[in-house]
Design a protein around this ligand. Structure first.
Ligand code: COA
Length: 263
């Protein structure tokens, strides 16, 4: 690997999180398999699902090999390891990695997982900054993220990551690509595109509530149709024909829509 890289085998960074926990950042090594496995096992089901975009119960030997035996160029990973009182490494608490996309060699796909007890303390954002710097060092121009549409933490994280240049949505999974600053400047320069971020947040909210809105919309539509439909048929019988028709159970919805579905 290039000797001038900041993020090489000798990279060490010591940080203290709010709450006092001390953590070391360093590159993942082949003998980190046990740490990685223990960290995976401690992740709550929701965090696992968010990291791996679905229910994942185990890490196989092959996966452990894939996650630790890496070249730190095409596949790069930083681990965060908690330090004990003597400054010795104990638990693995976070991993951030990127992998070069075969069809788009200047772009890398990012995966991040923070131990549940340390989420919301700034570690995810710090890891993402370091990943972006390392990616720039290695000549990448874009980072790509795939995450579940309800992953608000990831929405928030990405808004700090750079200018959004691409977004897609498929089956509840959002894919976003951000552009890294190019050239020699490898300093962290967050660029917030307010419209993109608003879109992401609205998109997640819209998707979650789409079904609810649809149900409400359908209900309102049937109510309106009931009023018009029954009134035209029952007006002669009574000036309050619509209410009378509904009391008799004779509505547009009943006649035209069949039995209501059970939820
Ligand atoms: C998503 C994840 C990486 C975020 O890391 P983190 O350390 O918890 O996040 P940070 O503390 O650095 O916070 C970064 C930003 O996200 C926001 N944030 C983090 N978690 C959040 C949550 N659950 N809800 C709302 N905002 C959240 C923070 O407020 C902060 O935004 P701000 O600076 O505008 O206030 C982390 O929660 C995680 O590992 N989740 C499980 C795995 C996962 O979702 N991976 C992503 C798919 S690869």
């Amino acid at each position: 690997m290039n000797a001038e890289l900041k993020f090489d085998g000798g990279y060490r960074e010591r940080i203290e999180l709010p709450g006092g926990e001390r953590v070391r950042l360093r590159l993942i090594q082949p003998d980190d398999k046990a740490l990685l496995l223990a960290e995976f096992r401690q992740l709550l089901a929701q965090s696992r699902a968010r990291r791996f975009l679905g229910g994942k119960q185990v890490l196989s030997e092959a996966e452990l090999h894939y996650f630790t035996e890496i070249d730190q160029v095409d596949h790069f990973a930083i681990g965060a390891v908690a330090l004990d009182a003597r400054g010795r490494e104990c638990d693995g608490v976070a991993v951030g990695r990127f992998v070069r996309l075969s069809g788009e060699p200047r772009c890398a796909e990012v995966g991040i997982a923070i131990a549940d007890r340390l989420q919301g303390k700034g570690l995810g954002l710090l890891l993402l900054k370091r990943l972006a710097e390392a990616a720039q060092e290695r000549g990448f121009e874009r980072l790509r993220f795939e995450y579940l549409a309800d992953n608000i933490g990831m929405h928030s994280l990405i808004k700090h990551a750079g200018r959004i240049v691409e977004r897609q949505n498929s089956d509840g999974v959002i894919a976003v690509a951000i552009e890294l600053p190019v050239g020699d400047d490898v300093t962290w320069r967050p660029s917030l595109d307010a419209f993109d971020n608003m879109f992401l947040l609205m998109h997640g909210a819209f998707q979650d509530s789409l079904r609810m809105q649809f149900d409400w919309g359908l209900g309102a539509m049937y109510l309106a149709l009931d009023a018009v439909w029954a009134q035209t048929r029952y007006w002669n019988a009574s000036p309050c024909g619509w209410q009378q028709a509904r009391q008799n159970g004779c509505t547009f919805a009943r006649v035209h829509a069949g039995p209501a579905s059970e939820h």
